[in-house]
Write a protein that binds this ligand. Structure first.
Ligand SMILES: [Fe+2]
Ligand SMILES: [Fe+2]
Length: 426
């Protein structure tokens, strides 16, 4: 059993005598009272007592239980000044309090800071291993790795664009005028996309609650807007799947999971704050990191140097990319988006999602994507190896009229399956 932990907190419990143990992956300190179905297991105050009860009813004895705790990383450096922003810290505190109340001895704690951890419980030996996701090598011989103009042109040229149907839908959403029958007809014509759309519509991530066997049925069950989101997500997944390198993420499909989670979060932020247009926020969230597809192969080659600059020297991601390759994934993404003729506000969101202050067209949209990206990077959805950058967090909250306390409510409104996919690994 294992868990990848950023802001989430992992707890293993074991009873050596009864030879029983388990691991729980906790998302938030306590329920926030949102209207989405209540799942007690993801909150410290409700999940941990349940976990203890379950182990005891399986034969463990509370007196013999010992625990290990990991994760609870800070959303950003800024959170040291503001308690409400330290979601991971509050979850850790809640976990420690409950274990103390229940009289469970804690063997090991690796929490806080900015790093992410992998926590694994060996079910044979009941041993818990906690290791940082990235330990930059101490001694490496550096060779500078800069991309020339031709490399960049090749990188852009070699990336296959997202399928046409997605570009059409994206433009339609922008103009708000479309003919649904025409769209449905186009999807039906493309067998690969329709099969993928149905597959996705029936997946746990969408959670439609009923079987969907045709595009027409999907339209009825999900409605136009969600069907559009689904189609665009599927085409973006096709786009992301051309990438075989894994420089940016530890798991297969990691960049896509991150994109999907950012899209869902951006949508929720837009709905919750009544800022921007939720569909456009979703699309911008899906597309924000497209530049990484073109750069990933170089990150992979540059590996240790890239991560040494990022983690040891604490430099911001775009700065490291610019230093090592000559341009950042945000600039590369904007070039791709312009090449595909995407609407200007999306190009803007792709270009400035790490610097919403610089937004030139739609500051609210860019800020929504920035915040969604930051939250999902903090929770390590998609097991990205890069660190979240919280430089603009306070300004972003102000721009969207969000109180830091409401961040946990936003997180609580995101479908749970998003956090489960962060557990998917090879
Ligand atoms: Fe990014
Ligand atoms: Fe991102």
């Amino acid at each position: 059993m294992e868990a990848y932990l950023g802001t989430c907190v992992g707890v293993t419990l074991k009873d050596d005598q009864a030879k029983l143990g388990g691991l729980i992956h906790i998302l938030l300190p306590e329920p926030t009272g949102t209207d989405i179905p209540f799942e007690p297991a993801i909150y410290a105050t409700t999940g941990l007592p349940l976990f203890i009860d379950k182990l005891c009813s399986a034969g463990a004895s509370k007196d013999n239980l010992t625990a290990c705790i990991a994760g609870g990383a800070l959303v950003g450096k800024i959170s040291e000044q503001d308690l409400w922003l330290d979601i991971g810290g509050r979850t850790t505190e809640a976990v420690e309090n409950i274990l103390r109340e229940q009289g469970v001895w804690v063997d090991q704690i690796e929490t806080g800071g900015l790093s992410a951890y992998r926590m694994a419980l060996d079910l044979q030996t009941l041993e818990t291993k906690i290791e940082p996701l990235l330990t930059p090598p101490e001694q490496i011989v550096e060779t500078r790795f800069q991309l020339g103009k031709k490399d960049l042109a090749d990188a852009i040229h070699n990336v296959k664009p997202i399928p046409q149907i997605a570009l059409k839908i994206i433009r339609m959403l922008e103009n708000e005028n479309y003919d649904m029958d025409h769209v449905a007809q186009e999807i039906r014509k493309d067998q690969v996309i329709s099969a993928k759309v149905l597959n996705f519509a029936n997946s746990a991530i969408i959670g439609a609650g009923t079987s969907i066997d045709s595009i027409d049925r999907a339209l009825i069950v999900l409605g136009e807007r969600r069907l559009f989101q689904l189609i665009v997500s599927v085409t973006v997944e096709i786009f992301f799947s051309q990438n075989r390198a894994r420089g940016y993420s530890l798991c297969k499909g990691g960049l896509f999971y991150h994109a999907l989670a950012t899209a869902m979060t951006a949508h929720e932020i837009s709905v919750f704050t009544s800022r921007g247009q939720p569909d456009i926020a979703y699309t911008a969230g899906l597309l924000h990191d497209i530049g990484k597809i073109a750069l990933d192969q170089y990150v992979m080659k540059d590996g240790p140097f890239f991560y040494r600059s990022l983690h040891k020297e604490g430099l911001e991601l775009c700065k490291v990319e610019r230093e090592r390759f000559g341009l950042s994934h945000t600039e590369m993404g904007a070039m791709l988006a312009q090449k595909w003729d995407l609407p200007e506000n999306l190009v803007d969101a792709i270009r400035y999602h790490h610097k919403p202050d610089f937004a030139a067209i739609d500051r609210q949209l860019v800020t929504i994507v920035y915040l969604a990206d930051l939250l999902m990077a903090s929770f390590k959805v998609g097991q990205q190896l890069t660190l979240p950058d919280s430089t603009y967090l306070q300004e972003a909250l102000k721009e969207l009229g969000l109180h830091p306390e409401q961040l946990t409510v936003v997180i609580d409104r995101i479908p749970r399956t998003v956090f489960d996919i962060s557990m998917v690994h090879l």
